[in-house]
Design a protein. Structure first.
Length: 99
């Protein structure tokens, strides 16, 4: 399978993620869109790792996955606090939580 196919898949996933971040009002939907963008980056890292015959890209991908998991934990904690404060997970109500 050529590298271009991986890059096209990655670009499509990243564009879908950007569209999701820009159009979603639900905080959980925004988090899912950010995850989609992170997975697109991981596909790029693995594809270039395969092309160059190095395992560095795959190591970066594992590190990136660990960071993404911690990001999800923090993001879900913020969503839970947002729901407790406003009984809604819409991003419009998050602007009222500025300190």
């Amino acid at each position: 399978m050529p590298t271009q196919a991986y890059l096209l898949l990655s670009a499509a996933l990243f564009c879908l993620g950007i569209y999701g971040v820009l159009t979603r009002r639900n905080a959980i939907g925004v988090l899912v869109a950010i995850e989609l963008m992170a997975n697109a980056v991981n596909i790029n890292l693995v594809a270039f790792s395969r092309v160059w015959g190095s395992l560095t890209g795959q190591a970066f991908t594992l590190f990136s996955l660990a960071l993404t998991v911690s990001e999800v934990v923090v993001g879900l904690a913020i969503v839970i606090l947002l729901y407790r404060a406003h009984q809604s997970v819409l991003t419009d109500s998050a602007s009222e939580m500025k300190g």
